[in-house]
Design a protein around this ligand. Structure first.
Ligand SMILES: NCc1[nH]cc(CCC(=O)O)c1CC(=O)O
Length: 324
């Protein structure tokens, strides 16, 4: 095994480097190895710097996921870094060849939060208020609240997004609590959203510590894994992967490990929602099962959702004119 420091690859944003530093500290603590952060510039980062939008770069619908994750994985495969740290919710559901998520460290609070003007909550904002998010999942759930909010598309890093509220351009933005907590911006949060109103993205608040599957480091990194966090995100991602097979609707999912009747057998509780883009229709289900069967619980839940119509959420309503 190599004697040098464990090279931890990260994107360049403040959130990414903060997350990578956190994992590097865990590596030093649990593995007793030195670490080195290696910043990998992604096409996504470049596009933000030069003003090119994601949609221009990757085409509509492709999203930012691929470009951010791809450059880090390339550095890992080429041996320029030994570990890649990702926000788990940004990882595509399909496995990456030759790589393995060696650890899911203890997860942050997965909920979404609001940063609004004048300390307001969503419910206190007058109808017509402008709320920013770039996430179809958040947009659909905001519409579904029926508060008459105007949802405005929004991109950029956390600082840029919060800045639109301070400048008065928007009345509020919706963000992941975990991101704000990690970069110490929780003081600006005006409401933590109840998952009954806003189910987070599958994997939100969790990190993925990825390495080459054939690297002996994988076994060592497994020591950073938190079993409950791993089970929860496995179930949520199984929901997402199964729904992706049958629909393109925005999806929220949240799994929690709770103590069962038998103290030796914790239970996994999963809730999920798929919505039409405009939030007008939704299929919402919950299920519980054995923590050891996290993927099975998620797949069964999503299969029920597809049977209940999740596959047809964005179909034209009967009587609507067919597309030209
Ligand atoms: N989509 C970007 C992204 N990826 C991970 C986080 C926050 C940290 C996390 O959810 O783990 C964010 C920002 C946000 O959604 O507000």
């Amino acid at each position: 095994m190599s004697a040098g420091p464990v090279r931890v690859g990260t994107r360049r944003s403040l959130l990414a480097t903060t997350q990578a530093s956190h994992v590097a500290a865990l590596v030093r603590e649990h593995l007793g190895r030195d670490t080195e952060l290696v910043e990998i510039t992604t096409d996504g980062d470049r596009s933000q710097a030069d003003g090119t939008s994601f949609t221009e770069l990757v085409g509509p619908g492709a999203g930012a996921t691929g470009i951010f994750v791809g450059a880090l994985r390339e550095a890992l495969r080429e041996g320029r870094v030994d570990v890649a740290v990702h926000s788990l919710k940004d990882l595509p559901t399909e496995p990456a060849e030759g790589l393995v998520v060696a650890a899911v460290p203890p997860r942050e609070d997965p909920r979404d939060v609001v940063v609004a003007r004048d300390g307001l909550t969503l419910g206190e904002l007058p109808a017509g208020s402008r709320v920013g998010t770039g996430s179809p999942r958040r947009a659909a759930q905001l519409h579904a609240l029926g508060l008459g909010l105007e949802v405005v598309g929004l991109r950029g890093n956390i600082d840029t997004r919060i800045g639109t509220v301070h400048s008065g351009e928007l009345d509020a933005v919706v963000l992941a609590r975990a991101g704000l907590a990690r970069i110490d911006r929780m003081a600006e949060v005006t409401e933590v959203l109840d998952p009954l109103q806003m189910l987070p993205a599958p994997g939100q608040g969790a990190l993925a510590v990825e390495c080459r599957a054939d690297d002996p480091l994988a076994t060592e990194l497994a020591g950073l894994d938190d079993a409950a966090s791993r089970a929860a995100v496995e179930a949520e991602r199984a929901v997402l992967a199964t729904l992706e097979g049958g629909c393109s609707a925005p999806v929220g999912a949240l799994a929690e490990v709770v103590e069962g009747d038998d103290p030796d057998r914790p239970e996994l509780w999963v809730r999920a929602v798929a919505l039409s883009t405009d939030g007008g229709l939704s299929v919402r289900r919950s299920a519980s099962g054995d923590v050891a069967d996290a993927t099975g619980v998620g797949v069964r839940l999503a299969t029920e959702m597809l049977e209940d119509g999740a596959a047809h959420l964005d179909d034209p309503a009967p009587g609507d004119a067919p597309p030209p």
